[in-house]
Design a protein around this ligand. Structure first.
Ligand code: B12
Ligand code: SF4
Length: 592
């Protein structure tokens, strides 16, 4: 459309930054290639593209959108400032998907931008979680007020137009609070990232959330207090649109980020559509999903997952001691079902990954060692990842400690599930930290890695894929000193990215140290890879590899009293006694 001479064309600069956070030495965690893309960035980029396409700032304004994931890209503040200056500061820097551990870094990025007069807004789990559970000021939300950063709580679907218009008119509000009004997702713009961003993840993975909300009530969880307990979902048509637009740029692997895809009310229609796209349109999809421990009870769920292209499943196992699970209100986790559920995934050759939380009330270093041994011997699980039980702002646990004035670490940068942030009743901080490190070494001991590969060969798992995971999970916490979920290939660092307040290191010291560190880490990574590939090759040459069996792969009954899993803790014994009682009652009634 020709422009009227009286309304000069303007370009609104929308810079979407997903902040990283600081490692224990105070440097920004950044990689050449990351393991997993940022879905929050993809969600905001998809919404922003839609706003730009609809000319929400009027026909005379073009919206230039720049998505930056700090996990894989250096955020060059000076160049952002000069770009905004060239455009009369007409635009917005949106700090997106900011978790509690990323909040301090997000504020450090915002400070020079605000000093340069650039409008800045922030959203994500820290702001939403705090506004949902605390008093509107905690934890550190006043820092945003002091700096003039607009806080956005809730979800941006249907609301980004408003924020962009306010920014364009120079009247951003201090708070946009939509926590009590969670939007429906059907038909809303879908998450999307341009190929230049996707290339920065290993294996060109992208992501989308097919739904939000979870019906359960785990007390350590922030998700239910931010995204609610009702299932809200995208339609199968939305998902098809999303897959096709990614396929047109060569992207076929996705992490479906729903915390619990098994409770997404549309799961079946979505799986069916993905299956159709694979089998009839020839799109070779590879998917990873997250589910709960009862998903195998949903008729056809696992079969349809396989046909839709699921190759990896993340399961919220959390613990094998029922007393701990009850303390965390995770009553839906039945340890008597764990083996059946894992065997059901194994029967389809799907790699199983489980989260395991250390620091529940009944945990001690010895009980943790015992539990890891039980898991290794009796559960057909491939990858296990450990987390500290953390009072994350936005969770019921955090709210309880905050209300009762229990001490919690004041440095939000540490709320990354990799640091002890509050005291434990039975372990000192040092003991807890030591057993966290030891847990990784115990589970990924070379002998157990070999067993996992043997089990993989016997259950039809893609061994090369399992080897890649084993390398990362075995070394990330020891070598890179970060959790595998924040891991990547080739750590990048820059002296200018050190946390304010920490001493500046001279380049003459920094760079030689960095090069030495990099060589050391890569040598360990390559050494671990070679060792595992050798084991994999020897298994592949073994004509009897498919016949391998051990206790973990054996089908079991609910009350198998030969299993340590079901007999070593009071809670487990009580669970078995309960099953027996129910069984007796059913049989007595049946007989009557
Ligand atoms: C997928 C996922 C990951 C992925 C990708 C990260 C990402 N953010 O995309 C991976 C595996 C890498 C990951 C890692 C971690 N994660 Co994570 N992750 C998730 C998960 C399951 C989904 C994220 C998502 O895509 N949500 C959907 C998006 C669209 O929601 P959103 O980010 O809130 O954004 C919406 C609104 O907040 C708003 N919005 C957001 N930003 C902005 C900005 C502006 C200006 C505006 C207007 C609006 C707006 O609009 C968006 C669309 O509606 C969430 C739980 C959840 N259900 O969200 C946990 C979650 C975010 N992760 C969490 C944690 C702790 C971590 C780790 C620290 C764990 C670890 N030790 O490794 C790491 C951190 C690494 C990192 N650099 O991010 C916590 C954060 C809790 C908190 N209070 O901070 C969560 C909530 C889970 C939990 N345990 O409670 N994670
Ligand atoms: S099952 Fe997962 S998402 Fe649901 S409440 Fe528990 S921790 Fe949160």
């Amino acid at each position: 459309m020709p422009q009227s001479p009286s309304t000069p064309h303007r370009r609104f600069q929308l810079v979407l930054v997903k902040p990283s956070h600081y490692d224990d030495d105070g440097y920004v965690v950044r990689w050449w290639r990351a393991m997993i893309p940022s879905n929050s960035l993809a969600a905001l980029y998809g919404l922003a593209l839609d706003c730009a396409g609809r000319n929400v700032l009027g026909p005379d304004v073009t919206i230039d959108i720049d998505p930056i994931d700090e996990m894989v890209t250096r955020v060059r503040i000076a160049s952002i400032i000069s770009r905004f200056r060239r455009n009369g500061n007409f635009g917005l820097v949106a700090l997106v998907g900011v978790q509690s551990n990323q909040y301090p870094r997000a504020l450090d990025l915002a400070r020079p931008l605000r000093s340069a007069g650039i409008p800045v807004a922030i959203g994500g789990f820290h702001v939403s979680g705090c506004l949902s559970m605390l008093d509107g000021h905690a934890v550190e939300l006043d820092a945003c007020r002091d700096l003039g950063i607009a806080m956005f709580a809730g979800e941006a679907e249907g609301r980004l137009d408003l924020v962009l218009r306010d920014a364009a008119e120079g009247r951003l509000r201090p708070i946009y609070n939509f926590m009590s009004d969670l939007p429906g997702l059907e038909g809303t713009p879908v998450p999307f990232l341009p190929i230049a961003n996707v290339r920065r993840t290993i294996g060109r993975n992208s992501s989308f959330d097919a739904g939000r909300g979870c019906p359960y009530q785990c007390s350590f969880c922030t998700i239910i207090n931010v995204q609610g307990r009702k299932s809200r979902y995208r339609s199968a048509d939305d998902i098809e649109r999303l897959v096709r637009s990614n396929w047109s740029q060569g992207v076929i692997r996705f992490f479906i980020t729903d915390d619990n895809f098994a409770r997404n009310k549309e799961w079946e229609a979505i799986f069916d559509r993905l299956n159709y796209l694979r089998e009839h349109e020839g799109i070779p999809l590879g998917l990873m999903i997250q589910v709960d421990t009862l998903c195998h009870k949903i008729p056809n769920f696992i079969e349809k997952a396989k046909r839709a292209g699921v190759t990896r499943v993340f399961i919220g196992l959390e613990n094998i001691n029922p007393d701990n699970l009850a303390a965390a209100k995770k009553r839906q986790n039945k340890i008597t079902e764990y083996r059946k559920m894992l065997l059901a995934w194994k029967a389809h050759g799907i790699i199983t990954i489980a989260g395991y939380i250390l620091g529940f009330p009944a945990d001690t270093p010895d009980s943790i060692r015992r539990d890891i041994k039980i898991i290794q011997k009796e559960l057909p699980l491939d990858i296990l990842e450990f987390f500290y039980l953390t009072p994350l702002p936005g969770s019921e646990d955090h709210q309880r400690l905050w209300k009762t004035g229990v001490a919690m670490d004041r440095d939000l940068n540490k709320y990354d599930l990799e640091h002890a942030c509050t005291a434990h009743a039975q372990m000192s901080k040092e003991e807890w930290e030591a057993i966290y490190r030891e847990a990784w070494s115990l589970y990924y001991a070379p002998e157990h890695a070999a067993t996992l590969l043997r089990r993989g060969a016997a259950t039809g798992v893609a061994l090369s894929s399992l080897v890649k995971l084993l390398v990362r999970f075995a070394i990330a916490t020891h070598v890179e000193k970060v959790h595998p979920l924040q891991d990547g290939i080739l750590r990048m660092k820059h002296p200018s990215e050190r946390r304010p307040g920490l001493p500046h290191v001279s380049p003459w010291v920094f760079w030689p140290q960095f090069i030495w560190e990099t060589l050391r880490k890569q040598t360990i990574a390559v050494g671990t890879l070679i060792r595992l590939v050798r084991i994999m090759r020897s298994i592949q040459r073994d004509p009897n590899a498919s016949k391998y069996a051990d206790q973990a792969l054996m089908p079991v009954d609910d009350d198998d009293e030969t299993l340590d899993l079901l007999t070593k803790t009071n809670g487990a014994r009580a669970a078995i006694a309960h099953i027996k009682r129910v069984d007796e009652l059913v049989h007595v009634r049946g007989a009557a």
